[in-house]
Write a protein that binds this ligand. Structure first.
Ligand code: ATP
Ligand code: PRP
Ligand code: MG
Length: 281
């Protein structure tokens, strides 16, 4: 099985990191390699441009692709989306000069819109019944309204800094995007693909969770249970020849601060908080 992943840019590192955490360790090699073998002899990772990954998968050069939803939509290819991997979150928006006269999508009729996403832009305007001219650029889209090349743009925003700096305001949201795991439709039922999905899911499930271990007096067990919120009951183990039990539980990271002090209050001791690498549910 071949997995196409971004070869550079902001999506490269987090993607490699995720594969590593899922246990799919990449063979070290020279930087700028075009592909890498992994611990699994049946799995190879291909490094491609984020924008080209949908084409690799459609073509069958890779069974699996990891890239932004925006890129898959722009490609127009019908791929199966298997997982939302949660990073690379951004919005594709229609934006126009703050001091201009474009305040709604309708105001773009008869105007020029610059974008790196011409297919998404045309589909969007068609759906809205708006007749706008779409001009394709390959970067620095925010510049085009300032040099009278375009009246508005359709571009990516996340923190909003770039739009603000260029005195552009959001007129409408075109697409909400994040990085997804895509498969060729013919590969969806491949057991190897299912294995990868499960491994990645287990990493996503573990995010934001912590593992708590502690000792507690047996007669305080009900109090301990009450303190530990949700996420399935704790595991309780006898500590041989003692009136003490060992309690293990998974809790949300954001609850740890409160839970630990509450556990202390009801008599728990030796409380350990550890990270969870993977959680197979
Ligand atoms: N500012 C952003 N915040 C979050 N995600 C983004 C942002 N910009 C782009 N992305 C996501 O990353 C994908 C890749 O972006 P892009 O092709 O521009 O690469 P890059 O990481 O910016 O590197 P470069 O532009 O230098 O090639 C986009 O398709 C989008 O899904
Ligand atoms: O809302 P913000 O946080 O400011 O992010 C938005 C900017 O990020 C991306 O550019 P990038 O940094 O990838 O540069 P690029 O144009 O070279 O791709 C995107 O094209 C926007 O310009
Ligand atoms: Mg970019």
């Amino acid at each position: 099985m071949r997995i196409a992943v971004p070869n550079k840019g902001r999506l490269h590192e987090p993607t490699i990191d995720l594969l590593e955490r899922a246990g799919l360790h990449l063979d070290n090699g020279a930087e700028r390699k075009l592909y890498a073998d992994t611990v699994d002899p049946d799995v190879t990772v291909l490094f491609a441009r984020a924008a080209d990954i949908p084409e690799y998968v459609r073509d069958g050069a890779a069974e699996i692709g990891i890239t932004g939803l925006d890129q898959v939509r722009e490609s127009g290819h019908r791929l199966a989306e298997l997982l939302d991997l949660g990073y690379g979150k951004c919005r594709l928006v229609l934006a126009a000069p703050e001091d201009g006269d474009i305040e709604s999508v309708a105001d773009v009729s008869g105007k020029v819109v610059a974008t790196e996403f011409p297919n998404i832009a045309r589909t969007y305007f068609d759906e809205q019944g708006i007749d706008a001219e779409v001009v394709e650029v390959t970067g620095a889209t925010e510049l085009t309204p300032h040099v009278e090349m375009a009246d508005a743009i359709i571009d990516i925003t996340s923190t909003g800094t770039t739009l603000r700096v260029n005195r552009l305001g959001v007129v409408d949201e075109v697409l909400s995007s994040s990085v997804r795991l895509f498969a060729h439709p013919d590969a969806v039922d491949d057991p190897k693909v299912a294995q990868l999905v499960m491994a990645l899911e287990s990493v996503l499930s573990a995010e934001g969770k912590r593992y708590l271990m502690m000792n507690a007096p047996r007669e305080k067990l009900d109090d301990v249970r009450e303190v530990i919120p949700g996420l399935g009951g704790p595991t309780v183990m006898d500590v041989a020849g003692d009136d003490t039990v060992a309690v293990h539980a998974v809790v949300n990271e954001r609850d740890v601060f409160e839970v630990v002090s509450d556990l202390k209050k009801v008599g728990a001791s030796g409380i350990l908080v550890t990270e969870i690498e993977r959680l197979v549910e």
